[in-house]
Design a protein. Structure first.
Length: 221
């Protein structure tokens, strides 16, 4: 990942509100902010998630709104699991990955990969594009019928979650491809190791890893 700068909520906000609350840009985009609850691989609310809201750099938020418009035309909706992620949350993930005694979520999130391999194999990293504000973790739902089958759950640490895994076929593969087309048409680029992970390009803040908390106040002060 490029860049090594770290920021907080001071400074960037004075430049004209570089981040947006996605729910205010498009209230129809579904939000299930996993790290603001205990329903994630750490088993607890993650450091820095003060509120269950999706924040993104404004160009990425606007692009997500355009993708949602196209999804709705086809009878689908976007559902986001994570958006901007403060560096303190990334640091928490690393501490969790290095705690071999904590295996409470193994069956759900990494049944086939030893926990000590999560960092060496790239599932957990010390830097995340999410902290730069233009990356979103997202899936698709069928309107009125819930999330589509993508072959694995979100944050499933396994090669099966690779976007083009040959083991994912049929409807699940088609759903992954549909998600990729909808977001790709608006400038989002998928991370091949995670079917849910997309970064809008060009990034608004390509060299800065922010650490302000996830809250509406952080982007409206």
């Amino acid at each position: 990942m490029g860049g090594s700068g770290r920021g907080d909520s001071a400074g960037w906000g004075a430049s004209g509100g570089g981040f947006a609350v996605v729910g205010e840009v498009d209230a129809s985009i579904g939000q299930e902010m996993r790290y603001a609850s205990s329903g994630n691989f750490t088993g607890a609310v993650v450091d820095g998630y003060d509120e269950p809201v999706c924040l993104l750099a404004r160009p990425a938020a606007e692009a997500l709104r355009r993708a949602q418009r196209e999804a709705l035309r086809g009878g689908y909706s976007l559902l986001v699991y994570d958006c901007y992620r403060p560096q303190r949350a990334v640091d928490r993930f690393v501490r969790w990955a290095r705690d071999g005694a904590d295996q409470g979520t193994k069956a759900e999130f990494y049944p086939n990969v030893a926990k000590e391999r999560l960092i060496p194999e790239g599932y957990i990293a010390e830097r995340s594009g999410h902290s730069r504000g233009s990356t979103v973790d997202v899936t698709l739902t069928r309107l009125g019928r819930g999330p589509l089958d993508m072959g694995t759950p979100f944050d499933f640490f396994d090669p099966l979650a690779h976007t083009d895994s040959p083991r994912v076929t049929g409807a699940a593969r088609g759903n992954r491809e549909l998600l990729g087309r909808l977001l790709g048409a608006q400038g989002f680029v998928n991370l091949p190791q995670e079917w849910w992970h997309f970064t809008y390009a060009p990034e608004a803040f390509p060299d800065t890893y922010f650490d302000f908390p996830v809250s509406v106040a952080s982007v409206q002060r």
